[in-house]
Design a binder for this molecule. Structure first.
Ligand code: GLU
Length: 308
């Protein structure tokens, strides 16, 4: 008798916080949703700390404690991007071998002040260093040495747009530019690190806040160039304050610890997050997972209006 084919591997989801401070309710809601969307589809779930930039001491530990207090669990060790330099470097070499990288000697100011191409958004890279002669490159390198920085490395983009699939937004075509791969201070750029690290963890479902939706096409294109599978995306509508501005620490008691200090329990906070996701009366992450109904998922920003 034929043995049935083994089920296709279910893939993986992830949450990737930046350890710049405590997670606020909007971050916690995105994390909870990432966990639910992964677990309900039998995916593994991974945590990756995006610590290449803007690190506050102790923030990572506090973030992990807060996620655990909400009832989230994760598979394997927590990955730190700062420990993935070898893989990031290898990815850049791969692109260099394909002729898809050039050095850029511009300062941020020069880019801002350069006349931009027609229809390009303000501050878009005007292509200054894309096609320099060897002599111009040597002069650029000398200038970087004087400024005590390295040339940045940019992708030589050969397409202008790329298309991704998003759970809320559907098919999204967005621009691909000569994005930075490694910055002038030697730090690997977020767009490269996210692609390499997600692929290494087998992530095929990227859940995050929708302020990153416009980055998804360039990231998916980068995955394509690196010969990596392009993930599906779910960009979660942002949490906003009463004025409609993106939720921030200055909006008051917006972290889990703030809410606990106001006499709420972790269960109350999960309940609030569940309500905002259209599932009333949850007390734990496991409740939300059990009672999850994708049809109730709001497509509008979540207006956070807190007592106290
Ligand atoms: N680290 C980013 C943040 O905390 C998320 C990046 C991502 O999920 O790709 O907003």
């Amino acid at each position: 008798m034929d043995t049935p084919a083994p089920p296709a591997p279910a893939g993986a989801g992830r949450y990737a916080p930046s350890p710049s401070g405590d997670l606020h309710l909007g971050n916690l809601r995105t994390a909870l949703l990432a966990w639910v969307l992964a677990r309900r589809t039998g995916r593994t779930f991974h945590l990756r700390v995006e610590d290449l930039d803007r690190v506050r001491r102790g923030a990572e530990q506090r973030q992990l404690e807060d996620l655990a207090a909400l009832g989230l669990d994760w598979d394997g060790e927590v990955v730190r991007q700062s420990e993935r330099g070898t893989a990031h470097g290898r990815a850049i070499e791969h692109l260099q071998e394909a002729g898809a990288v050039f050095e850029c000697y511009c300062t941020r100011r020069e880019i801002l002040e350069a006349p931009s191409a027609p229809h390009a958004p303000p501050g878009a890279y005007p292509g200054t260093c894309r096609d320099l002669s060897p002599a111009e490159r040597a002069a650029g390198r000398a200038r970087c040495r004087e400024l005590r920085r390295e040339p940045a490395l940019r992708l030589r983009a050969e397409v202008a747009t790329w298309s991704v699939h998003d759970l809320w937004a559907g098919e999204v075509r967005g621009s691909v530019d000569d994005l930075v791969l490694r910055r002038g201070d030697g730090v690997i750029a977020y767009n490269l690190a996210v692609v390499v690290d997600d692929a290494a963890a087998g992530v095929d479902q990227v859940v995050r806040a929708d302020d990153l939706l416009s980055s998804a096409p360039r990231q998916a294109h980068l995955a394509h160039l690196l010969g990596l599978p392009e993930p599906g995306y779910a960009h979660v509508p942002l949490a906003v304050n009463r004025e409609g501005a993106r939720l921030a620490k200055r909006d008051g008691a917006v972290t889990l610890r703030d809410r606990l200090a106001h006499g709420e329990s972790a269960e109350d906070v999960v309940g609030r997050l569940g309500d905002s996701l259209g599932v009333a009366g949850c007390r734990t992450a496991a409740d939300l997972l059990r009672r999850w109904n994708p049809a109730t998922l709001p497509a509008d920003p979540w207006v956070v209006d807190l007592p106290g």
